[in-house]
Design a binder for this molecule. Structure first.
Ligand code: CO8
Length: 258
């Protein structure tokens, strides 16, 4: 078992859970957090026993952003040479569906990390924001792009230009989060969602994630073609035959590939 210093990792059934654990810095994302989250998530991604991943933080903070103290003294050549935080894209590229359980602050890189997941469950007191403008910079882990694609220009400009925090109710209204629940139910609900996903056919859930993700990358006609080809390809799996037979026979499907 790999030893981690900034995250806690556990497995329950077919769900792998990663909890950000830098309480003194409100889970600010430094390079160690990034390396550890990606190492743990990549291991879950490669594990045939895991069908979904939950990513969570603490009651006070999912993550309060990139580590400002780590970045403060960096200059442009250092940022550029390190291609600073580019590695987070490996997290966005995971095949396994990821459910975020967000309580407290999801700010800056924390909001951007949540947006790299596939389903966001927020506690009612959660706060989302892209406050980088207050530091004299802009979002750098996808905030200007993923937020615009998920909630549109009006709310993205509002959040990115003013740096204001939005609450969970507004985040749900604008389509940034999937569900809002009582604060003490966030992790339980996210785990339930992950268990639901993990109980299904793995080729189907992974390809569904890939198909939806492609909607943010391609033109409509290319995306529709990609979706249709994936749909066609699933007819080569035993799970398609089983899923459709089970429906006709009015029974639960027994998935071969999980
Ligand atoms: N980085 C480093 N330390 C942090 C961060 C952070 N982002 N956020 C909080 N902390 C630390 C505080 O410094 C404090 O430490 P200490 O006790 O040693 O002083 C501790 O966590 C507790 O924080 P507060 O005392 O401030 O707690 P409050 O409850 O008073 O306030 C807030 C909570 C409102 C969340 C406040 O901490 C805050 O505003 N934090 C900063 C939020 C922010 O600006 N986030 C954006 C950061 S920039 C970013 O994310 C860019 C992402 C892209 C990078 C990739 C580039 C390529």
């Amino acid at each position: 078992m790999t030893e981690y210093s900034t995250i806690l990792v556990s497995t329950s059934g077919r769900v792998g859970t990663i909890q950000l654990n830098r309480p003194k810095a409100l889970n600010a994302l430094n390079e160690t957090v990034m390396e550890e989250v990606i190492t743990a998530a990549t291991a879950f991604d490669a594990d045939p026993r895991i069908g979904a991943i939950v990513l969570t933080g603490s009651d006070k903070a999912f993550a309060a952003g990139a580590d400002i103290k780590q970045m403060a003294d960096m200059d442009y050549p250092a940022m550029y040479a390190a291609d600073f935080f580019q590695r987070w894209e490996d997290f966005a590229a995971l095949r396994t569906p990821v459910v975020a359980a967000v309580n407290g602050y999801a700010l800056g890189g924390g909001c951007e990390l949540a947006m790299m997941t596939d389903v966001i469950i927020a506690g009612e007191s959660a706060k989302f924001g892209q406050p980088e403008i207050n530091l004299g910079v802009i979002p750098g882990m996808g905030g200007s792009q993923r937020l615009a694609r998920s909630v549109g220009k009006a709310k993205t400009m509002d959040m990115v230009l003013t740096g204001r925090h939005i609450d969970a109710a507004e985040a749900e209204r604008i389509g940034l989060v999937s569900r809002v629940v009582a604060d003490d139910q966030t992790l339980a609900e996210a785990t339930k969602v992950a268990e639901t996903i993990a109980a299904k056919s793995k080729p189907a859930t992974q390809l569904a994630k890939e198909a939806v993700a492609s909607a943010f990358e391609t033109s409509l006609s290319q995306g529709l073609l990609f979706e249709r080809r994936i749909f066609h390809s699933l007819f080569s799996t035993e799970d398609q035959a089983e899923g459709m037979a089970a429906f006709a026979e009015k029974r639960e499907p027994q998935w071969k590939h999980r």
